[in-house]
Design a binder for this molecule. Structure first.
Ligand SMILES: [Fe+2]
Length: 469
């Protein structure tokens, strides 16, 4: 069946790992803004060794951090692996030892039961800690200036989503973990809060309608929303040699809602037609309603159906979900907001949990319906204006990240940074845009001598400078 699939697509072209840890000073074209000082940290999968699992999945490669340090108009680059216990074990062995997603059928017997965290999905700064996050394990701390690995943050006591939300008013970090507890691929979920000083002050367990992959969630000023959508997980299915993660639309979709300070026993489950969402843009409260803008797929991408067949390719578009807290209906109302395919939505996170105006995302304007984002898009939710910058033919972008011009600048007044792959040269560039004028193209381009593989997420951290190697 897989006889002609010798080259795994997640090990080819710009998905392929790079195997060096480097320090480069980048040549800059244009002008880096004077006020832009700090670092863009990006992270993605980059398997240290050729995976032993023939069904290697993109999501299961070792995390590698790419830091772009900007100061005095210069850009310096450093990349380092997140040296997780899995990384160290495989490094000592000189080979890959784990199956994809810990699959026991393809894991080396000597590695069975060992920690297989890859710290590859998001990298986030909170309360003095730069944490590489991957939803199946604890946050993994790295030093911001050197990118040295500092190890798991044990205070979290278990897995934490790669998409915590930081409350811009209280400084709290609100998060969840899914498939928690002893049994793999289960329906239990934890809700957690870390205070502004970095103390984990809450971690409470509850059950969900069914076991599913829950990549992200929504948080407003007073509420938390947990999406349970039918990308299901099943140990029983996996033991029969079928996909552990699969698209099962017949199960329908749910969003669990509760006040942030309430007991998890009070969660109310709203209903939604089968769909999938990796990432929301933002969510907020509006006169007895909760409103969330999300990138919605008709079917979950990147995963098979329960029978192992691959669904039609699926792309996401920006939708608005409205949940009426005051009425009797538990149905979620969906409204399409944008006709551009896209992913990786970002906004000015000083508006997190509140109504917002400016959003950005990576767009696929050729409707290629794969992970091929050829444009950087802006949407103004107040005026409805939509604009985008289309990259030169063949080039592809990562998630665009907003950073404000100053702490007290108006919403959306600042810069957007992104790392793009130059297809013809098989090389990458770091781009800086005026955030509200992406259509004019980058105001500065810092050129890398090699490529940065496609990755997942990144965040800007103000004031960080590069430390000695
Ligand atoms: Fe994500």
């Amino acid at each position: 069946m897989d006889g002609d699939a010798r080259v795994n697509p997640y090990l080819a072209k710009n998905f392929a790992p790079i195997r060096s840890e480097d320090d480069f000073e980048l040549e800059v074209e244009g002008k880096i803004p004077d006020g832009l000082t700090g670092a863009l940290f990006r992270i993605g999968p980059n398997p240290q060794f050729e995976p032993r699992d023939p069904n290697y999945h993109w999501f299961s490669g070792d995390g590698m951090v790419h830091g772009f340090y900007v100061e005095g108009g210069k850009v310096r680059y450093r990349n380092r692996y997140a040296r997780t216990p899995k990384f160290e074990l495989e490094s000592a062995a000189g080979r890959s030892m784990f199956g994809t997603f810990g699959n026991p059928m393809t894991t080396d017997p000597s590695a069975m039961g060992k920690d297989n965290g890859v710290a590859n999905t998001n990298i986030l700064y909170h309360a003095g800690k730069l944490m590489a996050l991957e939803e199946g394990h604890k946050p993994f701390e790295m030093a911001p200036g050197s990118l040295a690995s500092l190890g798991y943050v044990d205070a979290y006591k278990g897995q934490v989503t790669a998409h915590p939300k930081i409350d811009p008013v209280t400084g709290e970090m609100v998060w969840f973990g899914y498939s928690v507890g002893e049994i793999p691929l289960n329906s239990l979920m934890d809700y957690g809060v870390t205070d502004a000083k970095g103390n984990v002050v809450r971690r409470d367990r509850f059950d969900t309608p069914y076991a599913s992959m829950i990549h992200d969630f929504m948080v407003t000023e007073n509420y938390v929303l947990f999406p349970v959508l039918p990308l299901t997980m099943s140990l029983e299915r996996a033991m029969k040699g079928r996909p552990p993660l699969a698209w099962e639309p017949e199960k329908g979709g749910y969003v669990g809602v509760m006040p942030r300070d309430a007991d998890v026993s009070t969660i109310r489950w709203f209903n939604i037609d089968a769909c999938y969402m990796f990432h929301p843009m933002n969510a907020w409260e509006e006169e007895g309603r909760l409103v969330a803008d999300v990138f919605r797929y008709d079917t979950a991408p990147l995963f098979p159906r329960a029978d192992g067949k691959t669904p039609e390719r699926s792309a996401a578009r920006l939708y608005r979900w409205t949940l009426d807290l005051t009425g009797a209906s538990d149905a979620i109302v969906e409204t399409a907001l944008d006709d551009r395919d896209g992913e990786f939505p970002r906004f000015d996170e000083r508006r997190a949990g509140m109504a917002y105006r400016h959003g950005w995302f990576a767009a696929d304007l050729r409707n290629s319906r794969t992970v091929k984002y050829n444009a950087i898009a802006h949407v103004d939710q107040t005026t409805g204006a939509r604009s985008h910058y289309v990259l030169p033919d063949g080039d592809l972008t990562s998630e665009p990240v907003f950073t404000p011009r100053s702490d007290d600048a108006a919403e959306g007044d600042g810069w957007l940074t992104a790392v793009v792959w130059r297809a013809a040269e098989n090389r990458s560039d770091f781009l800086v845009f005026e955030a509200q004028d992406v259509a004019s193209g980058p105001i500065a381009t810092a050129k890398l001598p090699r490529r940065v593989p496609f990755g997942f997420h990144g965040n800007w951290v103000n004031g960080v400078t590069l430390a000695g190697s």
